[in-house]
Ligand binder design. Structure first.
Ligand code: NAI
Length: 333
């Protein structure tokens, strides 16, 4: 079986796998912000994927050393480095997937508005370049606050006339990764069996793990639900880099498998959505050759009272974050 997942588990027979799957390696992935604390380990993990033929690394900081280092790994993809704005277009040409961890993490003394204004400007520039150079690529946005940077990116792509809602994603995989890990620890389950959908958004109370929909089915007391929910929501209090890189790599791998024709790929992600009245919402999606193939709404039915209340409570905050992202672009017109 060669369809296994690197991020889902360690594969054995790796050497044989690489040589076997090499003919299929045909996708170009660009990482923007590749010199950063998330970008570097993310690039390493992507370098391991047999479906990747070209890995383009871009940063405003010098990324040559990272690229040379990675290029020595004997996996199929060719690594290239692109430093500074003048090399951005070349980095993006022909990309199938563009991952954006560029930005600044939240630092002491920084208000959420400060963080938003800095990162929004960075993401704006990068998404404009994506629109100009690889408008058909899947765009994975990691730069925070995702609740706002994704709707902002959508507005930019609309202005450029290339917006395809099926191809723009806020990466929320870390919430799912954390939820799966914590639930498996709590219930002593094999990690590989655990699947917890996480919906809403990607900050604080907008992150809503649906513990009642976990697979396998598990029961928790009300206190445990409250405790676990808050733990999943606040796990990122210190900035995550390695687990974020792992989670982002898993989302890249899923996207590539879907692009390559695997018809059974599901992930949670923050996308344009009509499962609630909000225009953007994270929920489980089915990925296909053209990006989002379906937004799954069924997991929002039959919620517990706790989940229902939490969903209604998060909506105003998420709505405000979406409006902030849209307004940011409006301020440039
Ligand atoms: P970092 O500061 O270590 O790396 C950011 C990189 O982006 C740096 O190499 C910097 O040179 C680069 N950069 C800055 N402006 C750029 C531009 N205009 N074009 C290209 N590259 C540019 O930060 P770190 O820890 O890697 O975090 C990156 C972003 O990811 C932050 O916004 C952080 O808040 C966010 N984050 C998101 C998570 C998620 O779950 N979505 C989880 C953790 C962090």
């Amino acid at each position: 079986d060669l369809s296994g997942s690197y991020c889902g588990g360690i594969r054995k027979r790796s050497q044989r796998c690489y040589s076997y799957v090499q003919p299929h390696a045909s996708y170009k992935v660009a990482v923007l912000g590749a010199a950063g604390d998330i970008g570097q380990p993310l690039a390493l993990l992507i370098k391991m994927f047999p479906l990747v033929s070209a890995l383009n690394l871009y940063d405003i900081a010098d990324v040559k050393g990272v690229a040379v280092d990675l290029s020595h790994c004997n996996t199929p993809s060719r690594v290239a480095d692109f430093t500074g704005a003048s090399e951005l277009a070349d980095c993006l040409k022909g990309a199938d997937v563009v991952v954006i961890p560029a930005g600044v993490p939240r630092e002491r003394g920084m208000t959420p508005d400060d963080l938003f204004n800095i990162n929004a400007s960075i993401v704006k520039t990068l998404v404009e370049a994506v629109a100009d150079n690889c408008p058909d690529a899947l765009i994975h946005i990691i730069s925070s606050p995702v609740n706002s940077t994704v709707p902002m990116a959508a507005e930019i792509l609309k202005q450029k006339g290339v917006y395809d809602p099926k191809k723009l994603f806020g990466v929320t995989t870390l919430d799912v990764v954390r939820a799966n890990t914590f639930v498996s620890q709590e219930k002593n389950l094999r990690l590989i069996d655990v699947d917890v959908p996480v919906v809403g958004g990607h900050a604080g109370i907008t992150i809503l793990p649906l513990l009642s929909k976990a697979k396998p089915s598990v029961t928790f007391s009300d206190e445990q639900v409250q405790e676990l929910t808050v733990r999943i929501q606040n796990a990122g209090a210190g900035s995550a880099t390695l687990s974020m890189a792992y989670a982002a790599a898993r989302f890249v791998e899923s996207s590539l498998r879907a692009l390559d024709g695997d018809s059974d790929v599901y992930e949670c992600a923050y996308v344009q959505s009509n499962v609630t009245e909000l225009p953007f919402f994270a929920s489980r999606i089915k990925l296909g050759r053209k990006g989002v193939e379906a937004v799954i709404s069924s997991e929002l039915h039959g919620l517990t009272d706790y989940e229902h209340k939490a969903l209604e409570t998060l909506k105003p905050e998420l709505k405000a974050s979406i409006e902030k992202g849209v307004a940011f672009v409006g301020s440039f017109i």
